[in-house]
Design a protein around this ligand. Structure first.
Ligand code: MSP
Length: 484
């Protein structure tokens, strides 16, 4: 049994989660569930990023003490993840006492290694992204990432010797070609690192809401250092399950925070003698009906509202199927409804409905030759999920759904009887069983309903070959309902 450690970013608790956050967690959840399905010992981590100036401001605006404010939103995040079927093993909050203690221990170690020195920071700061920028980086005087206003800050600060790790980072990228993923985004990072690295400010003397910097308690630790460390504090570094699960097999992140995860994070780890993660996968961004999603535009999509209206599985399916993993995509309710009515209710739903109707009426023995099995591209599905390429894997599963539907149309089992009908049903029931198994990581609820109707129990990858069908079929209505 191999271990598999998958993480999501920890989200700023300024508001409840939107569809972008739900996307990252759904991708990570599909990966986590897949690895359980293939028999790995999985640790799936998500959580909330609760310190820093941005959160302090949001709490002030809400008229609440910071701790009370973040408690409320962290609870909301947990509720939403539960609703969306996110099967995390641990939910970390950066205001957890254990996290705070380990962060201080880690910073002390980096300091002891001579990689932290005192100086003064002067430059631009985007509170919304909690990021420092130079003059040259700004876009028309605003934050190059989110487009919001930046402010000029000048304060005493401690710096981390990031510049020292340039060569080591480049060598790590070279030796580990899978680390920067997808490929399409790796050149940008390599070029920037080749261009030279500046030391970075890692404490704030003007920000109160954060973890105290142990070397000089007049400072708090820069929120990004605090946040990145969650990936090892959640394991209880240096003890706990750190030895078992570290290095992380994959950090799933959005493209805008790729730099933090592929440059600053491994450099901090190098400094303290810890191995870097094995892979950082930076996915693309959703626009909503062609526009950037934002509060001011008023087009922020609530994933819970979508799940309530169309079912959790329809939402999860849409998120994975609409946007190739790694690329950008556009969210629209119309697009979701089209996939629900077409691919889910018609293609998948009707396959099950037709097969179950025929199987229920049949009272002979179900047996035959595995004719449909050659249409199942199982090796390609496994290979895609290993990358991970959830998009291609789901497409291949649906290609098999298409093959099963074609088999029904070709064989016309409603006009067959005896051994011929038994053979068709054997093939179709086995196909349905394997489809239900493979869809488990993507659509856990629907997959459960499919198994129930087929009268079979759950299983794992090794059960995905045609055998002797042993279910006791019981049709229970449609898997998905069409909407107008
Ligand atoms: N707190 C930091 C992450 C620290 S990780 C050590 C942060 N938080 S965030 O709340 O802003 O969440 C950012 C993440 O949300 C992105 O990396 C991405 O995963 C997801 N998304 C936010 N908006 C998105 C879209 N419009 N589309 C897709 N995903 C997006 O950054």
């Amino acid at each position: 049994m191999s271990k598999f450690y998958v993480t999501t970013p920890i989200y700023y608790v300024t508001d409840k989660p939107h569809i972008g956050h739900a996307y990252t967690n759904t991708v990570a959840d599909v990966i986590a569930r897949w690895h359980r399905f293939i028999g790995d010992d999985v640790f799936f981590l998500t959580g909330t990023d609760e310190h820093g100036e941005k959160i302090q401001k949001a709490a002030d605006a809400a008229g609440k003490p910071a701790q009370e404010f973040v408690d409320g939103l962290a609870a909301e995040y947990k509720r939403v993840w539960e609703r969306l079927g996110i099967s995390y093993d641990h939910f970390i909050r950066t205001s957890d006492k254990s996290h705070e203690e380990i962060v201080q221990k880690f910073v002390n170690r980096v300091y002891a290694n001579g990689d932290i020195y005192k100086g003064s920071y002067e430059g631009w700061y985007c509170v919304s992204d909690e990021t420092f920028f130079t003059d040259l980086q700004l876009k028309e005087g605003r934050c190059p990432d989110c487009g919001k206003e930046v402010k000029w800050i000048k304060e005493e600060s401690y710096f981390f010797r990031l510049s020292k790790y340039q060569d080591r980072l480049l060598k790590y990228y070279e030796d580990n070609p899978g680390f920067l993923s997808p490929r399409t985004r790796s050149d940008e990072i390599k070029n920037r690192v080749r261009g030279g690295l500046k030391d970075i400010s890692i404490t704030r003397s003007e920000v109160e809401w954060g973890i105290r910097f142990p070397i000089d308690r007049g400072h708090t630790i820069y929120v990004w250092v605090d946040a990145l460390l969650n990936y090892i504090t959640a394991l209880g570094w240096p003890g706990g399950t750190f030895g078992k699960f570290w290095p992380a097999d994959i950090h799933v992140v959005g493209k805008e925070i790729n730099w933090f995860h592929t440059v600053i994070w491994p450099a901090l780890l190098f400094s303290s003698g810890i191995a870097p993660p094995l892979k950082v996968f930076a996915h693309g961004w959703w626009t909503v009906e062609g526009r950037k999603m934002s509060k001011s535009v008023g087009n922020v999509v609530d994933p819970v509202a979508m799940a309530d209206k169309y079912s959790v599985d329809a939402l999860r399916y849409f998120l994975i199927k609409e946007m190739p993993l790694g690329e950008d995509g556009d969210f629209s309710e119309k697009g979701l409804v089209a996939r629900l009515n077409g691919e889910l209710a018609s293609d998948l739903g009707n396959l099950f409905y037709r097969v179950l109707t025929l199987a229920e009426r049949f009272n002979g023995e179900i047996k035959g030759a595995p004719e449909l099995e050659k249409e199942l591209e199982l090796d390609s599905i496994v290979e895609a999920m290993g990358k991970p390429d959830t998009f291609t894997a789901l497409n291949l599963i649906f290609k098999f759904v298409g093959s099963a539907n074609k088999y029904v149309n070709d064989k016309r089992p409603w006009s067959q009887e005896g051994d011929e009908l038994s053979n068709s049903l054997y093939n179709l029931l086995e196909a349905c069983r394997i489809i239900a198994l493979l869809l488990g990581p993507f659509m856990p609820e629907a997959s459960g309903k499919m198994m129930e109707q087929l009268g079979v129990r759950g299983g794992s990858l090794k059960d995905c070959s045609f055998g002797k069908f042993q279910g006791k079929v019981k049709k229970m209505g449609h898997l998905f309902n069409k909407v107008e």
